[in-house]
Design a protein around this ligand. Structure first.
Ligand code: ADP
Ligand code: MG
Ligand code: MG
Length: 192
């Protein structure tokens, strides 16, 4: 059930994974981008953890606190995109507690913000198949891992990775990997 507690568990799991894999995320980003994805998100992770300690006691405000932490600390493309996602979760959670609907809205807001669609080697290539599976109620760790892995063979056409074009093929997208952590933790707390 979507509560302040389950969101906090979800977020604390994600921030723990981000911090444990900060170097790995930077490494992935140094191959097809500018090498800062892990550092960007790790800054956000600390801010999220701090925000959750003082977040108001309702679901929308909790999402809002996470969004604000991301927007103010992460920067870069991922800060804008994850910030947009959590701001939309804040808005949509005022209307529903259905996590699938909330995720779907968040994904659509990200597509609009990034002017991107699945297939362009971004975090959306994890969001799209996972949200689709969530609609059918069959998200599994394998679905998430396959989605992350699928970015390897794609050619980047959005974000910094698009600058290396063909050379992006054969490498995982860093944002897809961090979104993989996000969804593994969402699955573990039982929200999908
Ligand atoms: P920056 O690229 O500004 O250094 P990060 O390295 O933190 O920011 O984030 C890079 C990640 O952001 C990429 O791996 C990709 O998943 C995602 N990304 C970049 N541009 C877009 C976009 N237009 N739409 C969706 N995701 C994007
Ligand atoms: Mg980067
Ligand atoms: Mg950068």
């Amino acid at each position: 059930m979507l509560t302040v507690e389950t969101i906090a568990q979800w977020m604390n799991g994600w921030t723990k994974d981000i911090k444990a894999n900060k170097g790995y995320l930077n490494e992935l980003d140094s191959v097809i981008g500018d090498g800062d994805h892990g550092s960007n998100l790790a800054r956000g992770a600390d801010a999220i953890e701090a925000a959750l300690l003082t977040a108001p006691d309702d679901v929308p405000s909790t999402f809002k606190a996470v969004a604000m932490a991301i927007v103010s600390k992460v920067g870069g493309a991922s800060g804008a995109l994850y910030g947009t996602a959590f701001l939309e979760m804040y808005k949509e959670s005022q209307r529903t507690t259905d996590m699938v609907k909330i995720l779907d809205k968040a994904m659509k807001a990200m597509e609009k913000r990034g002017d991107s669609k699945p297939g362009e080697k971004t975090m959306l290539d994890v969001w799209e198949p996972v949200v689709k599976a969530a609609k059918r109620g069959n998200v599994t760790p394998i679905v998430i891992d396959d989605a992350v892995e699928s970015t390897k063979d794609m050619k980047a056409t959005k974000g910094r990775a698009s600058y290396v074009g063909e050379k992006s093929i054969g490498h995982l997208d860093p944002g897809a990997v961090s979104s993989g952590y996000l969804f593994h933790n969402l699955f573990e707390v039982g929200l999908v």
